[in-house]
Design a protein around this ligand. Structure first.
Ligand SMILES: C[S@@+](CC[C@H](N)C(=O)[O-])C[C@H]1O[C@@H](n2cnc3c(N)ncnc32)[C@H](O)[C@@H]1O
Length: 294
């Protein structure tokens, strides 16, 4: 189940719209917040363990600390994965408040700002609104940030854009605001597709401007000037040949979603399919690469 991996990367809040703080009921529900200090190198295993339980959301506070919200208390996490852990009860209203506190305006650079709908519009040239919900891509994670920075650097008005693993739609929205002539966005998760529609609307973009596909890369046809895939290393290793076939001669492929230790086989694959690395960025050990035909 691929999507589990992404819980470990950032924000995967529950699809339950009751999380949006607009409740009028007098009954306060409670949440259990479990904060876990992870053993080194055990993040993936911890999230696999976590997948056995019904949780409402997980949040990476930093590289080694994860906060999990659930309705029922979690069992004691295995000592092999977790050094220290702490359980607390919170009332729903408190969650609502906290949730808003986590999502503040982020400034990627002078021209690019990402903000939730409840924060004030900025004067940035690209003022992007993302409703933080279930889909990945609020701009907080280093992989999304790396992609946003490289799109800013290499994408140009009038180019076509393919967004593999669109998530919240954040990258496609930037490409559209930069003047993409055509955008195709793909995700295997139906909830992501719904959220892209909501985020397009929040940004005043007509939904019909984006070809939104539920599925994987096999659903995509044609050629694109700019392809982005912020998905795990397994995806790049398997689908780089297909990505290269979808690329126009002078086009660029932006790969992200993997850490420095995953780089060697990916670089080898890049060369195997006739691409070269034009630019690279590492943010908190997460790598983003821009490739082009050799
Ligand atoms: C890390 S998120 C990236 C979201 C957003 N593009 C960003 O950069 O913040 C990866 C997304 O890829 C989707 N995904 C995972 N495997 C996929 C596949 N084989 N084909 C298409 N989408 C996939 C997930 O559902 C998820 O929404």
């Amino acid at each position: 189940m691929h999507s589990l991996k992404f819980w470990g990367w950032g924000v995967r809040w529950l699809r339950d719209s009751s999380l949006w703080p607009k409740r009028s009921t007098t009954m306060k529900r409670t949440w259990v917040k479990t904060t876990c200090a992870l053993q080194e190198g055990q993040k993936e295993n911890f999230f696999l363990w976590l997948s056995e339980f019904k949780i409402e959301g997980a949040w990476e506070l930093d590289e080694q600390t994860v906060m999990v919200y659930s309705r029922e208390p979690l069992p004691e996490p295995p000592a092999l994965f977790v050094k220290k852990w702490q359980k607390e009860q919170e009332e729903e209203e408190e969650w609502g408040e906290k949730w808003r506190e986590y999502f503040k305006t982020i400034r990627i650079d002078e021209e690019l700002v990402i903000r939730p709908p409840w924060e004030k519009k900025t004067r940035a040239r690209f003022d992007i609104v993302i409703y933080p919900a279930y889909a990945f891509g609020t701009g907080h994670h280093p992989t999304t940030e790396g992609c946003l920075r490289f799109i800013k650097k290499y994408f140009r008005e009038g180019l076509s854009f393919l967004d593999l693993g669109v998530g919240s739609g954040i990258l496609s929205i930037l490409a559209l605001k930069m003047g993409a002539c055509r955008v195709c966005a793909v995700d295997i998760d139906p909830l992501a597709i719904e959220e892209v529609e909501r985020n397009l609307t929040l940004n005043g973009i007509d939904i019909s401007k984006v070809e939104l596909l539920l599925g994987d890369i096999a659903t995509v046809g044609g050629e694109f000037d700019f392809i982005v895939a912020n998905i795990g290393p397994y995806f790049h290793l398997e689908y780089l040949p297909k990505m290269q076939r979808l690329l126009t001669g002078k086009g660029k492929i932006l790969l992200s979603g993997f850490e420095v230790q995953d780089l060697p086989p990916i670089e080898e694959k890049i060369h195997q399919v006739g691409l070269t690395v034009l630019d690279a960025m590492v943010l908190s050990s997460w790598v983003s690469l821009v490739c082009q035909n050799s």
